[in-house]
Design a protein around this ligand. Structure first.
Ligand SMILES: Cc1cc2nc3c(=O)[nH]c(=O)nc-3n(C[C@H](O)[C@H](O)[C@H](O)COP(=O)(O)OP(=O)(O)OC[C@H]3O[C@@H](n4cnc5c(N)ncnc54)[C@H](O)[C@@H]3O)c2cc1C
Length: 409
């Protein structure tokens, strides 16, 4: 079977590799850029210092731990202690994020927050379900809701809290406040940064594949039992096309474009000194990144790549570091938005009616994914491919829904 994979990002590259290894398929990849990797690339400043635009570390969030042995086939993964911090107001000190009761107490409005949390505990009722404001105010109190969520929500999602569903808070467990911070960012497994950055991953995964770079897919058609892919460099045809390009564009944006939220980035090289420049948690470990949720700044998060690349306690941390600031920009496709749910599923239903065309990845399935959940998604597809190929449109639709998973990562 001849298979064409559109996109040589992590989803496309994983799919190509597993299809070849497990099904012996002949796979060609088409990639619009001059290099593979998509969001998962290590970039370099003019000074030659590395930084990442997308993933900073490999973690196991809601995907499977299988990601770790898979990546270790290609990369040497080094464990990293990842600490997140936040400055809830410009004049406030930096505290760990997720916030904990002990750190909140030290803030200028710490007493008000503590009083509200005590009152919520005394009432003992479940969080309100009317909307996100109700959910948050009834579980963390109005002061913390305003400081940590109100400004950020307006800045990033362009919505007030009462325009968001309570389910959003539940999904992300925004109500959790530990008594004392765990500081180290929790995930099922530790966080890892690969020696030499992420780029060698794609050199190794794609070894021996025919990858056509600089080719942009415009649409897909079906003709004489094969799938035809129309690109800026002519037509390609295959028995099966797995596409990690945006699903709406692939179907001619017939229901209108799907909305996204995202960041553009600003990169600055600074002389960091030995201890990081974003502050440190109470146990002395410097923060890898810092959130600034107040509405008066356009910057949402700042990352110190010195901490991520060299490790929090590395002795050789003198010298310059790359600081990356993320600034809200809705033209960048990073986070799908839940209010496009119905429109997305119309696109998915249409894609299911075209035999031999499978949307995949964060753009193809309009899903916020991480590397571990991307790998899980590809695994689910490979495991259900036989059924998918034999099934009718309704079954293909169900399989694709299952491959995508829910709105959680
Ligand atoms: C800001 C940010 C931070 C992140 N942080 C983390 C993290 O810390 N840890 C983690 O595990 N994950 C993180 N992720 C998620 C991770 O980047 C993704 O899960 C993963 O890279 C998705 O891979 P993909 O192949 O689905 O998409 P992409 O990486 O977007 O790849 C899609 C590929 O398809 C190509 N393409 C698109 N359209 C066309 C077309 N029409 N024709 C030809 N080619 C096309 C693109 O050029 C690209 O190469 C982060 C993502 C972002 C955006």
């Amino acid at each position: 079977m001849e298979i064409l994979v559109v996109g040589a990002g992590f989803a496309g590259s994983c799919a190509a590799l597993l299809l070849r290894e497990e099904l012996g398929a002949k796979v060609t990849l088409i990639e619009q850029c001059a290099v593979p990797g998509g969001m998962l690339r290590t970039l370099y400043t003019e000074e030659g210092l590395p930084y990442e635009y997308g993933p900073r570390v490999v973690s196991v969030f809601r995907g499977t731990k299988d990601i770790l042995p898979f990546l270790r086939r290609f990369l040497d993964l080094q464990e990293r202690q990842i600490y997140q911090g936040t400055r809830l107001r410009p004049e406030f000190p930096v505290i760990p994020f997720p916030v904990d009761a002990e750190s909140l107490r030290k803030l200028p409005c710490g007493e008000a927050i503590e009083r509200e949390l005590a009152e919520i505990r005394r009432r003992g009722s479940a969080p309100g379900e009317r909307d996100l404001r109700d959910y948050l105010e009834s579980s963390v109190g109005p002061t913390l809701t305003e400081l940590a969520f109100e400004g950020f929500n307006r800045k990033f999602w362009g919505r007030r809290l009462e325009q968001m569903p309570a389910a959003w808070g539940k999904l992300r467990r925004l109500e959790r406040i530990a008594a004392v911070g765990q500081y180290r960012l929790p995930s099922e497994a530790p966080h890892y940064y690969p020696t030499g950055g992420f780029n060698p991953l794609f050199d190794k995964m794609l070894e021996g594949f025919d990858v056509r770079y600089g080719v942009t897919v415009e649409r897909v058609d079906r003709s004489a039992g094969r799938v035809e892919v129309v690109t800026n460099a002519g037509k390609f045809s295959a028995d099966l096309v797995i596409t990690t390009a945006p699903i709406d564009a692939l179907l001619g944006c017939r229901y209108g474009p799907l909305e996204w939220r995202g960041y553009r980035v600003e990169v600055e090289v600074i002389d960091e000194g030995r201890h990081g420049c974003l502050g440190a948690a109470p146990d002395g470990i410097p923060f890898s990144w810092l959130y600034t949720p107040w509405p008066e700044t356009v910057v949402c998060r700042t990352t110190d790549f010195g901490v991520i690349h060299h490790g929090a306690r590395a002795a050789d941390r003198d010298g310059p570091t790359v600081l990356l600031r993320e600034i809200v920009d809705d033209t960048v496709s990073m986070y799908p938005v839940w209010w496009e749910d119905a429109k997305f599923y119309r696109y998915l239903a249409d894609a299911s009616t075209i035999p031999g065309v499978i949307p995949l990845g964060r753009l193809g399935l309009y899903k916020y994914t991480t590397t571990d959940s991307t790998y899980s998604m590809v695994r689910r597809l490979i495991d259900s491919l036989e059924r998918y190929l034999a099934g009718e449109a309704a079954e293909r639709y169900d399989i694709l829904r299952n491959v995508r998973g829910d709105w959680g990562n």
